[in-house]
Design a protein. Structure first.
Length: 440
């Protein structure tokens, strides 16, 4: 029996009344929703592939060497639920045939001829009382500024990533400048601006990452060197001032005052521990490398950092400076050699295995080895690109900073034990640390 068309049309056009109230009945969804869904799914898939490309892992070669490539889950050997009891010495792995000829020539045969003088940092043990000084030789804040400002310079570092600025301290009359290593790190063009606003091209004499110190040289005579005091005489509560370029050269020559808040304060940053002076004199980005000055107008510290907060990003009134007594032997060696000898190095470069790679490829936490120096003991013992360092001397690590923190407790020539993960197995290797300057 054929339905009544009029009744059917009337029913379709009649508002629906029920539990959810009055309204038109639902119609079939169009294909547009499915198209949007597939477009979004494709975009998410491309994004995941892009970010995973850096740390994805592929099994290749007879020994299952890890390398950087994108593959499916079925190509990766899953990590065992528990570490295997058997730990094979890594040196038992067969090294490439040419590794016996990879030892670097002695550093003294390769080092370029240095044309720098044998200048040294001079520390004044006494506290001279200049004219108009207060009883006991103390200076007023105005006198401190007038005495020090000719010895404070601006450092401009230009690299492919942009321009950064910091502060420096004039060490000698003939152009040696002290600053922080992180101020000049990566700089392709270095410039020193004197207080008269004239800029001079600077040459990097030497830099040391561990102590965060660097020395520059400009071709200029007649500078006013700073007077360096004995920081070992410093006590908590001593009045100090800082002079520098907070937030850039626009505010260069800014002075802030405070006190010594603590001495011998151990601060760990970027895998190294520094013993520093703590002060509440205000320090900001741009003050790095500038002087911390006592009440006698003597430099007792090189400002290097301020405390930050995970939540607020900054903490006021907690700054740190490298004591002059700590800086002197390092600065002298930088001028003499261009580097500090004895700094330990494994001879590898790497980064932390990210969390998503650990989950997706079932890899352990640790440091993914991206490069091994061919003249290192790590290379001779069989360490290779793609290995994951999970522990050093019995301490589990998850980042390069944690690895360096343990490594920096030793000196070049010491031996450390590494636990290496490779292709589902763990290996143990005793590695002799090399001099950081010798790493190729």
């Amino acid at each position: 029996m054929e339905p009544n068309r009029n009744s059917y049309d009337e029913m379709w056009n009649t508002p629906y009344s029920g539990y959810y109230g009055t309204g038109a009945p639902k119609k079939r969804k169009s294909g547009r929703g499915w198209l949007i869904f597939f477009v979004l799914l494709l975009a998410v898939s491309l994004a995941v592939s892009f970010f995973a490309a850096r740390y994805t892992v592929r099994i290749s070669g007879e020994d299952g060497k890890l390398s950087m490539a994108i593959v499916g889950r079925d190509a990766v050997q899953p990590e065992p639920e528990s570490a295997p009891e058997e730990k094979l010495p890594l040196q038992e792995l067969e090294p490439p045939a040419d590794r016996s000829e990879t030892v670097k020539a002695p550093a003294e045969q390769q080092a370029p001829t240095r044309e720098f003088s044998e200048a040294q940092m001079e520390i004044v043990a006494s506290r001279p009382a200049p004219q108009n000084a207060l009883p006991g030789g103390e200076l007023t804040l105005q006198q401190i500024y007038q005495k020090m400002i000719p010895s404070v310079v601006s450092i401009i570092s230009v690299s492919s990533g942009g321009t950064s600025t910091g502060t420096g301290i004039v060490m000698t009359e003939d152009g040696y400048i002290i600053t922080n290593q992180h101020v000049v790190d990566g700089g392709e063009v270095l410039t020193v601006m004197l207080q008269d606003g004239i800029e001079h091209p600077a040459e990097l004499v030497g830099a040391d990452t561990v102590s965060d110190l660097a020395v520059l040289k400009i071709d200029f005579e007649g500078l006013t060197p700073a007077e360096f005091g004995d920081s070992s005489l410093t006590q908590v509560g001593d009045t100090v001032v800082a002079i520098g370029d907070p937030l850039g050269i626009e505010l260069r020559g800014t002075m802030t005052d405070g006190i010594i808040s603590a001495i011998n304060r151990d601060v760990t940053t970027n895998g190294r521990t520094l013993t520093l002076l703590q002060t509440n004199a205000q320090l900001n980005s741009g003050n790095s490398g500038g002087p911390l000055i006592n009440i006698y107008g003597q430099v007792i510290g090189i400002n290097t950092m301020k405390m930050g907060s995970y939540y607020s990003g900054t903490v006021e009134g907690i700054g740190f400076a490298i004591p002059v007594s700590t800086a002197k032997p390092i600065v002298d060696e930088l001028i003499e050699k261009g580097y500090v000898s004895g700094r330990p190095a494994l001879g590898i470069q790497g980064d932390a295995v990210p969390g998503y790679a650990q989950a997706y490829y079932r890899l352990p936490a640790g440091v993914y080895v991206a490069y091994v120096a061919t003249n290192s003991d790590a290379y001779r013992k069989g360490l290779q690109e793609g290995d994951i360092i999970t522990a050093i001397n019995g301490e589990n690590i998850t980042s390069i900073d944690e690895l360096n923190t343990v490594k920096n407790q030793f000196v070049a020539g010491d031996t450390v034990t590494l636990i290496i993960y490779r292709s589902g197995k763990y290996y143990e290797a005793d590695i002799v640390l090399m001099d950081q300057n010798d790493a190729d």
